[in-house]
Write a protein of this length. Structure first.
Length: 138
């Protein structure tokens, strides 16, 4: 059984064949129709609010950041002279506390700052919540 193979897992747990496992899953889910692409692409109001909040926070943190060279993370990668932005105060994301001097990588969509990726000296990284980019770039 491969990781993530739910049908095989149900088959094993219930001690039934794959076909029977599929029938039982179908009975539970009620043979739900597939979700339309339109539904997948449209954001919920909660997600949109989260995206806006992330963009506002990104802008605030970016405005408070400082331009520098010699960032600890970039130096560890051999990029000592590369100009970058660093945090000027502590910020916690996803259980990781980022400190003053940690790297900020701005993420833009259509020329608008929408999020930040924070990277500490050890390489731990996180984006602000509600990332709205499919293909972020700086």
């Amino acid at each position: 059984m491969r990781a993530g193979d739910g049908l095989a897992l149900v088959s094993k747990v219930l001690d039934v064949g794959i076909s029977e496992a599929a029938d039982r899953i179908n009975g539970i889910t009620g043979n739900l129709p597939p979700v339309s692409q339109e539904m997948l692409e449209s954001g919920s109001p909660e997600k949109e609010d989260g995206k806006k909040a992330a963009a506002v926070l990104a802008s605030r943190l970016f405005d408070k950041s400082r331009q520098t060279t010699g960032n600890a993370y970039l130096t560890s990668k051999g990029l000592t002279a590369l100009p970058c932005r660093e945090l000027t105060a502590m910020h916690k994301v996803g259980g990781v506390a980022f400190r003053a001097g940690d790297l900020i990588v701005p993420l833009y969509a259509d020329g608008e700052l929408v999020n930040l990726q924070l990277i500490n000296a050890d390489g731990a990284n996180a984006s602000l919540k509600a990332v709205r980019l499919r293909m972020p770039f700086t």
